[in-house]
Design a protein. Structure first.
Lengths: 285, 264
C-alpha cells in the first residue's frame, strides 16, 4: 500500500513538473502574441515583414533588414562552426590521447560559461578593428559571425563528441578488420553513424546563435540598412528589441513584441526543419 | 591627408545613439534639425560604448556627454568654440543642455534633502569636478541626521554624476541608502511617473505625451551637460561647424577629405 502510494505520488509530481514547464512556455507565447498583435493589425503583416525602413519616431516599422541580419549571422556562424566543431569533436573522440582530451574537453566546456557580454567586449576591442583592416567600419556581419562562431563552438563540439563516442565499437572494429584505414573508418562509418547526434548539435548551436543578443549589439553596428556585403553593419531581431525596448511605448512597444513573434516563428521553423531532417536520418538507418 | 591607419579610404564612420536616447533627442533637436541621421550609421546604446568605438576607429565620429570624454578621444571645437569646461560654464559652447531630476509631486523627506544637497554649493562642486557644468549653489540647511532609502533611475548621462553625489551624501548620512541605476531618459520619466523610483533622471525635456501621462511630475535642473562631438586622437580635424556636423551625420559628407580644414 505504502509503496503503491509513493509510486502514485511521484507519478503526479513528475506530471506536475511537465505541466508547469509547458504552462510557462504557453504563457510566454500568449503574452508575446497578444502584445505583438496590435502592431500586425495597425502596420499590416506584409508591410511589417517586408518593409526596409524602421523609424519609430516617424511611425515607420519594417523589419526585413533585421530578419535578414539575423539569418545572415546565424547561417554564417553555422557554416564556420560546423566543420570546426565536428573536426574538433573527431579529435577529442577518436584521435587525441586520453591525457590531451582530459585537458581539452574541460576547457571547451568552460567556454560555455563565459557571459555573452564578455564575448561582445572582446569582439568590440579586437575583432572589430581586425575586420576594419579588410574594409568598412569593422562593425559588421563578419565580426558578428566570428564572435558567434566562438560562442556556438562549445555546444557543437561537446554534443558532437558525445554522439561520435556513442557509436558502437563493433562498427569501427568491423571497418578496420576489413582493411579500412583509421581515417576511412571515421569518414565512412563513424560519422554517418553519429549523424543524427551531430545534427542535434548543429541545431542547438543555431538556437544559441539566433537568440544571442548582447554580444551582437556590441559588434554588429545595429544600423538599419539592407546589408549587401559581409563587411556591412546590420541589426538582428534580438538586438532591435534589446536596444529599443527601454524607450518604447504604444505602437513602438507593440512593434517590438511583434519582432519577438517573428523571432519565435523563425526559431520554430528552424527547429522543425531540423526535426524533420533528423527524423528522416533515423528512418534511413 | 591620410587619417586612416594603413588604409586608403577616409570614409567617415558615423557612430550615433539609438532612437529614444536623451542624448540623441538633444543632438537631433539642436544639430540635426529636420535632417535624418543616415541609415548607415552605427548605433550603440551607451555613452561609454560610443567613446570606445571612436577611440578604436581613426575615422570615427560620435557624440557623447562631456562627462564621458577621456584622453582616448578628442572633443571637437564646434562653431569655433572648443569644448572646454570654461567655455561650457560661460555658455559659449553651443551644445549644452540641462539635466533633470524628476519627482512625482514635490519631493519630500530624505528624497527632498538629497535633491537640495545636489543643488547646494557642495553638490554643484561635485558636478564641476566630474566634468559637468555647475550652477550657482542654493543654500541648504543640512539636517543633523537622516534615515531612509532613495532610488534613482534613468539617463545614463546622469548616472556617473548621480553615483558621485549619492556616495558623498551617504558619507554625510551613513543611515541613508541610495541606489542609482541607468536605463535611459525615457525609463527615468516612466520610473518617476509611476513611482517605481523616488527620483527619475532625464537628459532631455519632457515630451508632451509624457506630461499628459504623468501630470504630477516636477522637474529639477540638477546640472548642465555639454554634448561633445568626439573623434579619434589621430584625426587632424579639430573643429567643425554645427552645419558640417549635421551634414556628416546626415550622410551628405561621407569622407573626411571632403572637409576643408587647416592642417596642423
Amino acid at each position: 500500500m505504502n509503496r503503491y502510494l509513493t509510486d502514485k505520488l511521484s507519478h503526479w509530481v513528475v506530471l506536475l513538473c511537465a505541466f508547469v514547464s509547458l504552462l510557462i512556455l504557453a504563457l510566454i507565447a500568449i503574452f508575446t502574441f497578444q502584445q505583438g498583435f496590435p502592431a500586425f493589425r495597425e502596420i499590416g503583416i506584409v508591410q511589417f515583414l517586408t518593409g526596409t525602413v524602421w523609424r519609430p519616431g516617424q511611425g515607420e516599422f519594417g523589419i526585413l533588414t533585421m530578419i535578414l541580419g539575423s539569418i545572415y549571422v546565424t547561417l554564417g556562424a553555422l557554416v564556420l562552426s560546423t566543420p570546426l566543431g565536428v573536426g574538433c569533436a573527431i579529435l577529442l573522440a577518436e584521435v587525441a590521447p586520453h591525457q590531451v582530451r582530459g585537458i581539452l574537453r574541460p576547457m571547451v566546456e568552460l567556454l560555455v560559461g563565459i557571459p555573452s557580454i564578455v564575448y561582445g567586449l572582446v569582439g568590440m576591442m579586437f575583432i572589430v578593428p581586425l575586420v576594419r583592416e579588410i574594409g568598412g567600419t569593422g562593425f559588421s556581419i563578419l565580426a558578428a559571425v566570428i564572435v558567434l562562431t566562438a560562442m556556438v563552438l562549445p555546444t557543437v563540439i561537446t554534443i558532437s563528441e558525445d554522439s561520435i563516442r556513442s557509436v558502437p565499437q563493433k562498427y569501427k572494429d568491423g571497418a578496420l578488420s576489413l582493411g579500412a584505414t583509421r581515417w576511412q573508418t571515421i569518414w565512412h562509418v563513424t560519422l554517418p553513424a553519429a549523424r543524427s547526434g551531430i545534427i542535434t548539435a548543429v541545431v542547438l548551436g543555431m538556437g544559441r546563435a539566433i537568440g544571442e543578443t548582447m554580444a551582437m549589439i556590441m559588434v554588429i553596428g545595429n544600423a538599419i540598412r539592407m546589408p549587401t556585403s559581409p563587411l556591412d553593419p546590420a541589426r538582428t531581431l534580438t538586438g532591435n528589441i534589446a536596444v529599443e525596448i527601454m524607450y518604447a511605448a504604444g505602437i513602438h512597444e507593440n512593434a517590438l513584441f511583434a519582432t519577438g513573434v517573428v523571432l519565435f516563428v523563425l526559431i520554430i521553423a528552424l527547429n522543425s526543419i531540423a526535426f524533420v531532417t533528423r527524423q528522416r536520418e533515423q528512418e534511413a538507418e | 591627408m591620410s587619417v586612416g591607419c594603413g588604409r586608403d579610404s577616409d570614409a567617415i564612420t558615423i557612430i550615433s545613439r539609438e532612437e529614444g536616447s536623451g542624448t540623441r533627442a538633444y543632438f537631433k533637436s539642436t544639430v540635426m534639425g529636420d535632417t535624418l541621421t543616415t541609415d548607415g550609421a552605427i548605433l550603440l546604446p551607451y555613452n561609454g560604448a560610443i567613446r570606445n568605438a571612436v577611440a578604436g576607429d581613426p575615422n570615427g565620429i560620435g557624440y557623447i556627454s562631456r562627462g564621458y570624454v577621456d584622453s582616448a578621444v578628442i572633443p571637437l571645437a564646434i562653431d569655433g568654440v572648443s569644448c572646454t569646461l570654461e567655455n561650457c560654464q560661460a555658455g559659449k559652447y553651443p551644445l549644452s543642455r540641462p539635466l533633470y531630476f524628476l519627482t512625482s509631486g514635490e519631493a519630500t523627506g530624505v528624497t527632498a534633502e538629497f535633491i537640495n544637497f545636489c543643488l547646494s554649493d557642495a553638490g554643484q562642486t561635485i558636478v564641476a569636478d566630474e566634468g559637468y557644468i555647475r550652477q550657482e549653489g542654493k543654500p541648504w540647511d543640512s539636517p543633523q541626521k537622516l534615515i531612509g532609502n532613495i532610488s534613482e533611475r534613468g539617463s545614463t548621462t546622469i548616472q556617473p554624476l548621480a553615483e558621485k553625489l549619492a556616495n558623498r551624501f551617504m558619507k554625510l548620512y551613513p543611515e541613508v541608502t541610495i541606489t542609482i541605476s541607468g536605463g535611459g531618459s525615457s525609463v527615468g520619466v516612466k520610473s518617476a511617473g509611476n513611482g517605481t523610483a523616488d527620483i527619475g533622471a532625464a537628459s532631455r525635456e519632457l515630451k508632451s505625451s509624457e506630461m499628459e501621462e504623468y501630470p504630477d511630475l516636477k522637474t529639477h535642473v540638477m546640472a548642465y551637460d555639454a554634448v561633445a562631438i568626439i573623434v579619434h586622437p589621430d584625426n587632424p580635424v579639430h573643429g567643425l561647424t554645427t552645419g558640417e556636423v549635421a551634414q556628416i551625420f546626415g550622410g551628405e559628407i561621407a569622407d573626411w577629405k571632403e572637409l576643408e580644414f587647416v592642417e596642423l
